[in-house]
Write a protein that binds this ligand. Structure first.
Ligand code: GLU
Length: 469
C-alpha cells in the first residue's frame, strides 16, 4: 500500500502553483535569473521519514536559512553566554540588511538579520580562527544535518561578493563596535560563503527536523547540538525568522521558521517534524510567495500551529499479527491472518503517520511471507485488519483524516474491523465516493467481544493472539 502523504503534498503544491506574483531576489544576479516555475515541498518526521513533492532534488543556495544553524554552531563553540554578549535576541522590525545595533549594548539585535548573522559567523570555531576554518566547519556541520555532503556554489558566491558593499558596511560597523575581532572583510566573505551552500528541500526538511527533535538527527540518531541550543535557535526563529513578517507568520502559520532570499523556507515543529518549501518568487518582505502559501495550507490542514497544543500527549502505535489456523474462507495456500493495530493516547499527525507506516510495514511483511510460501503471484490473504481505539484518548483533525484514508485504502483489499467504544474515530457510515473496486464497508463495534465474534463469523479463527485485543 502507498502512503497518502506524498499525494497530499502534491495537492498542496498544485494549489500554490497559481500564485504568480512577486519576483526573485534581484540584488544577486544568479538568483535574479532563477527559474521561477520551480516549486517543491518536503516534510521530515522526527523519527526520520521524509515525504516530498515537486522539484525536490533541485538545488538552490541556502542563503539566510543557514543563519539558525550557524547560530547553533556558535553556541556550541563559544557557549550561549559569550554569544549573547555579541548578538541579541530581540526582533528588530528593520530590514534584514539594515546597518543597525541595539542601543546601549551595541550588539546586533538578533542572529537572523545580517549584522547578527555576521557576528555569529565570526564566533564559529574561535574568534582567532581563519575564514577557511570557519567555512569548513559550517559546511561540515550543515552536511551532517542534511545527511549528505554539501558544497559552496562558487557562482552564487562570486555573484554576491561582486556587489557586497552593504554587507561590507555592516562588517566594518561590527568591527568598530567591538562585536567582531577578526578582519571585517573576512567575516563578510565567510558569511557570504555560508549563504552560498547549495541544498534541496529534502536536505532542509531533515535539518529542520533535527531542530524539532531537540538536536538529535532523525536518521543517524547522532546528537548534533545540545537540546538547549535547539531550543534557543527555535525561539529566535519564532520571533525573528521571517524578516518583517515574523509576527504575522507566527500568528497565522504558528511554526518557528526561517526564510531565505533564494526562495526557501524551513519550519520546525518541536517533537513532530521539519518542513521545507521552495519557490523563487518573493513577496515585498522577501518571503517566497508560493512557499508562504504552501506553509499556510500545511499548517491549516495538518493542525501545525504550535499554540494549538491542548492535547499533544504521547501517542503510540502497537501492531501485531494473530495467526489463523483455518476458516471457511481459504482462497489460497497463504495463511489467513488477522492484523491488529492499537493506537494509544492523544494522537496528532505524528502518531497517525506512525500508524500509517505500521500498516504499510505489516502488509508488506505478510505479502513477502506469502510469496515465500506460495510463489511470486500468490495473493496474500489477510482475513481481517482490526483497529482498536480502546485506548485512544483523542484524534486531532489531520490524524482522523489520515486514519480514515488508510482505512479506505485497506477496505478495498480486506475486511476492516474497528473497536471504537467512545466513537473517537467518527468513521462516516456512508461509503466514500471514491471507494475503489472491491471496497467493503468497515464494521465498527463498541466492544472486543463483538469484534471477535464478527471476525470468527467471517471465517477467521484466531489461534494465537498475544496482544490481548
Ligand atoms: N546572502 C544574503 C545577504 O546577505 C542572504 C540574505 C537572506 O537570505 O536573507 O544579503
Amino acid at each position: 500500500m502507498k502512503s497518502p502523504i506524498p499525494d497530499y503534498l502534491q495537492r498542496v503544491l498544485e494549489k500554490a502553483r497559481p500564485f504568480n506574483t512577486g519576483a526573485p531576489a534581484s540584488y544577486i544576479d544568479v538568483l535574479a535569473k532563477a527559474d521561477t516555475s520551480r516549486s517543491a515541498v518536503a516534510v521530515a518526521t522526527v523519527d526520520g521519514s521524509v515525504y516530498s513533492a515537486g522539484d525536490d532534488d533541485v538545488e538552490f543556495s541556502i542563503q539566510s536559512i543557514s543563519k539558525p544553524f550557524v547560530y547553533a554552531l556558535a553556541i556550541q563553540d563559544q557557549g550561549v553566554d559569550r554569544v549573547l554578549e555579541k548578538v541579541g535576541v530581540e526582533p528588530s522590525g528593520d530590514a534584514f540588511n539594515r546597518l543597525s545595533l541595539e542601543a546601549g549594548t551595541n550588539r546586533p539585535m538578533n542572529p537572523m538579520i545580517n549584522a547578527g548573522a555576521m557576528a555569529t559567523h565570526a564566533l564559529v570555531v574561535s574568534s582567532d580562527a581563519t575564514m577557511e576554518q570557519r567555512v569548513d566547519r559550517i559546511v561540515e556541520a550543515l552536511s551532517r544535518l542534511a545527511g549528505r555532503q554539501l558544497y559552496v556554489d562558487e557562482e552564487v558566491y562570486a555573484a554576491e561578493l561582486k556587489d557586497a558593499n552593504r554587507n561590507m558596511g555592516i562588517g566594518y560597523m561590527l568591527k568598530a563596535a567591538g562585536m567582531i575581532s577578526c578582519d571585517p572583510q573576512e567575516a563578510v566573505r565567510g558569511y557570504i560563503r555560508q549563504c552560498s551552500i547549495n541544498v534541496n528541500v529534502r536536505d532542509l526538511a531533515m535539518m529542520a527536523a533535527t531542530l524539532g527533535n531537540g538536536g538529535v538527527h532523525p536518521v543517524s540518531g547522532e546528537r548534533i547540538m545540545p537540546q538547549e541550543s535547539a531550543r534557543q535557535v527555535l525561539s529566535v526563529m519564532t520571533t525573528c525568522g521571517m524578516y518583517n513578517a515574523s509576527g504575522e507568520w507566527i500568528a497565522t502559520v504558528g511554526v518557528p521558521a526561517k526564510s531565505g532570499v533564494s526562495g526557501g523556507i524551513i519550519g520546525s515543529l518541536p517533537g513532530q517534524l521539519g518542513l521545507a518549501v521552495f519557490s523563487p518568487n518573493l513577496d515585498q518582505r522577501g518571503n517566497s510567495v508560493r512557499g508562504v502559501a504552501m506553509c499556510k495550507q500545511l499548517s491549516r490542514d495538518m493542525g501545525f500551529h504550535m499554540m494549538d497544543m491542548s492535547q499533544i500527549g504521547g501517542a503510540s502505535v502497537r501492531s501485531w499479527t494473530a495467526t489463523i489456523a483455518g476458516g471457511s474462507k481459504q482462497p489460497n495456500a497463504c495463511q489467513q491472518d488477522v492484523v491488529i493495530f492499537e493506537l494509544r493516547g492523544a494522537v496528532r499527525f505524528a502518531g497517525a503517520e506512525r500508524l500509517t507506516r505500521a500498516i504499510i510495514g505489516e502488509m508488506d511483511k505478510i505479502r513477502a511471507s506469502c510469496e515465500d510460501i506460495a510463489g511470486m503471484h500468490a495473493k496474500p490473504h489477510v482475513c481481517a485488519v482490526l483497529f482498536s481505539f480502546r485506548n485512544t484518548y483523542s484524534l486531532n483533525d489531520v490524524a482522523r483524516r489520515l486514519i480514515h484514508e488508510n482505512i479506505r485504502r485497506l477496505a478495498s483489499a480486506t475486511n476492516v474491523v474497528i473497536i471504537d467504544p467512545t466513537g473517537v474515530l467518527k468513521l462516516p457510515m456512508d461509503q466514500p465516493p471514491d471507494k475503489g473496486p472491491g471496497y467493503q464497508q468497515p464494521r465498527v463495534f463498541k466492544t472486543q467481544a463483538e469484534a471477535k465474534d464478527y471476525i470468527g463469523g467471517i471465517g477467521c479463527r484466531v489461534v494465537s493472539d498475544d496482544g490481548g485485543i
